[in-house]
Design a protein around this ligand. Structure first.
Ligand SMILES: CC(C)(COP(=O)(O)OP(=O)(O)OC[C@H]1O[C@@H](n2cnc3c(N)ncnc32)[C@H](O)[C@@H]1OP(=O)(O)O)[C@@H](O)C(=O)NCCC(=O)NCCS
Length: 309
């Protein structure tokens, strides 16, 4: 294909949303699974809205020169310690033509230029995307299981777990402590993200923190409530029991919906707690990194909205 890579224009949120919707659903249906997006295509504009608010002009699109159509798109965001890669999509008519490889190279070239590793969370059941990232030098580092649970209209009928009394709503003043905690436990920093969630200009974010005995923050968890996405994460926490208390608090914000969240499969106690609550597995994902990987000493609870590594 005769194509050019360029930043997404602001008048292209509609076509990019349509591309994300068509590409993702086509891949999953063709591979014997249910469509991921079930609402109107316009709900996928949430990706443009969030990523552009975080980092303007960090969505790269592949435009077919001959037809003017968008053949692919990928979001990325430069962070203090790394570059994160967000949702990657190629139009189903163009699968297997090397378009994703070129979009990815655009972003890894940028990251190499600024000397930072690239991090992402990719599906473990999607061999096409696994192969794309593996060939480009990404290494899977953490296995997550995606879990979902229908939260009744009248709230969770689950006893708040131990530590729930130390959970409180986060405020904008917590942003630096949250970023510092992630740096200490996971080795990455993204203070701008936390300022953005806590400012909550769109009215779709909520965050909880858990405090230790001395009042210092020992964990936090964000969630998004939008017609296009009910996801819990991102979060970072020191211990599994604290993770359960934070997940309980954020799930409680999604009455009448079925939020999805990711739990590290190695956290056996946390996983069993989620099953005891009635949660079910719906997919598997890998944390992937191309370049330096500081081994986390805490628990990572990532999300796709915005995709975090
Ligand atoms: C995953 C997706 C982005 C791939 O896009 P694509 O344009 O078809 O991918 P490409 O043609 O660039 O192929 C990627 C690479 O994987 C390689 N590849 C594919 N299957 C492979 C396999 N089984 N083993 C090894 N390599 C394989 C290809 O050869 C290619 O590498 P090369 O160009 O060096 O030969 C596309 O299928 C898509 O949009 N799917 C739906 C949305 C999605 O899943 N996004 C990813 C979210 S994590």
């Amino acid at each position: 294909m005769n194509m050019q890579l360029r930043p997404m224009r602001t008048d292209e949120w509609g076509p990019v949303a349509e591309l994300i919707y068509d590409s993702t659903n086509a891949w999953y249906v063709a591979n014997g699974r249910s469509a991921i997006f079930t609402g109107p295509k316009s709900h996928c504009e949430l990706f443009c809205q969030v990523y552009e608010a975080l980092d303007r002009e960090c969505c790269v699109v592949a435009e077919d020169f001959d037809t003017g159509r968008l053949a692919g798109s990928c979001f990325y965001h430069p962070r203090e310690t790394h570059v994160s890669l967000g949702i990657m999509n190629v139009h189903p008519d163009c699968f297997g033509q090397g378009i994703a490889r070129r979009l990815l190279a655009h972003i890894t070239d940028y990251a190499d230029g600024v000397g930072k590793p690239v991090r992402l969370v990719s599906s473990a059941v999607n061999l096409d995307s696994f192969s794309l990232y593996s060939r480009a030098g990404f290494v899977p580092r953490i296995v997550f299981q995606d879990m979902l649970l229908a939260v009744p209209e009248d709230g969770l009928a689950i006893e708040p777990p131990p530590g729930a009394d130390r959970v409180r709503e986060a405020t904008p003043d917590d942003a630096i402590a949250m970023a510092d905690l992630e740096m200490r436990l996971v080795g990455i920093r993204r203070e701008k993200d936390y300022r953005y969630f806590l400012a909550n200009a769109d009215g779709i974010w909520h965050a909880s923190v858990i405090e230790g005995q001395g009042g210092a923050i020992e964990g936090f968890l964000v969630s998004v409530a939008h017609p296009g996405s009910h996801m819990v994460g991102p979060g970072v926490v020191a211990a599994e029991a604290q993770a359960a208390a934070l997940i309980h608090a954020e799930l409680s914000r999604h009455r009448g919906f079925t939020p999805v969240w990711l739990v590290p499969s190695a956290c056996a106690d946390l996983v069993q707690t989620m099953y005891a609550w009635g949660a079910r597995n719906c997919e598997l994902h890998f944390a992937q990194c191309r370049g330096a990987w500081p081994e986390p000493t805490g628990i990572v609870l990532p999300t796709f909205m915005p995709e975090t590594g």
